[in-house]
Design a protein around this ligand. Structure first.
Ligand code: ATP
Ligand code: MG
Length: 175
C-alpha cells in the first residue's frame, strides 16, 4: 500500500487555505486539492508491504513522543516543477517544530528499516497540481496561525478519480 506521514493542519488554517484556493481558481488552471485533503507531508514512504505497517505505526509513536503541540503560521505561495505544469503550494512563515518533527519521523522510519523519499524537507501545503503558471500573476495568499497537534500515517489510494487519503494511525502530540 502507498503510505505517507503528514502533520494535520489546525482548523484556523483551513478557512485561509480555502480562501486562497478560491482566489487561485479565478486565475490559475490545474487540478485543485480538495480542502479536506490538505496536509503537510513529513515523509513519503510510497509502496510498503502490509506486514510492515505495525513497524511504521511504532516508529511514528516514538518519533512524536518528545513533541508538544506547537504554533505555526502560513506564509508565501511557492512552486515546484515546470511553470506550465507546476505543483503550487503555500509555505510557512513560522514552521514551529515541523522541521524537527520531520527529522524525528524520518529517523525512526530509518531505524525501523523503512525507506522514504530523501528529498530535503521543505514545509508546504500543496494546493494545486499541474498548475499552469505561464500566464498572469498569483494572488496574495491568506495568512493564518494555529496549533499543530497531531501527526497521521495515511494510506493514499490513487485508483479513483481523485486521490483518497485514509488515516491508518493518528498520534496526538503531548498526549
Ligand atoms: P497524485 O499523485 O495523483 O497527484 P497525491 O500527490 O495527492 O496525488 P500521493 O502521490 O499518494 O497523492 O502523495 C501523497 C502525499 O505525499 C502528497 O502530499 C504528495 O505531495 C506527497 N508526495 C508524493 N510523492 C512524494 C515524493 N516522492 N516525495 C515527497 N513527497 C511526496
Ligand atoms: Mg503525487
Amino acid at each position: 500500500m502507498r503510505l505517507f506521514v503528514a502533520a494535520e493542519l489546525p482548523d484556523e488554517m483551513f478557512d485561509a487555505l480555502a480562501e486562497t484556493s478560491a482566489l487561485l481558481r479565478g486565475c490559475v488552471r490545474g487540478r485543485y486539492v480538495s480542502p479536506d485533503s490538505l496536509h503537510v507531508t513529513l515523509a513519503f514512504l510510497g509502496e510498503v508491504e502490509g506486514f510492515r505497517v505495525d513497524g511504521a505505526c511504532g516508529a511514528l509513536d516514538r518519533a512524536c513522543a518528545p513533541f508538544a503541540p506547537f504554533t505555526a503560521s502560513l506564509g508565501d505561495l511557492g512552486c515546484f516543477g515546470k511553470r506550465a505544469k507546476a505543483t503550487l503550494w503555500q509555505g510557512f512563515r513560522k514552521a514551529g517544530s515541523l522541521p524537527e518533527l520531520a527529522q524525528s519521523v524520518r529517523g525512526e522510519l530509518r531505524a525501523e528499516g523503512l525507506s522514504f523519499d530523501e528529498k530535503k524537507f521543505l514545509p508546504h501545503i500543496t494546493l494545486m497540481r499541474a498548475a499552469d503558471l505561464t500566464t498572469g500573476d498569483l494572488p496574495m495568499p491568506q495568512l493564518a496561525e494555529g496549533t499543530v497537534s497531531s501527526v497521521v500515517l495515511f494510506r493514499s489510494d490513487l485508483s479513483g478519480a481523485r486521490p483518497a487519503y485514509e488515516p491508518i494511525h493518528v498520534v496526538s502530540l503531548g498526549a
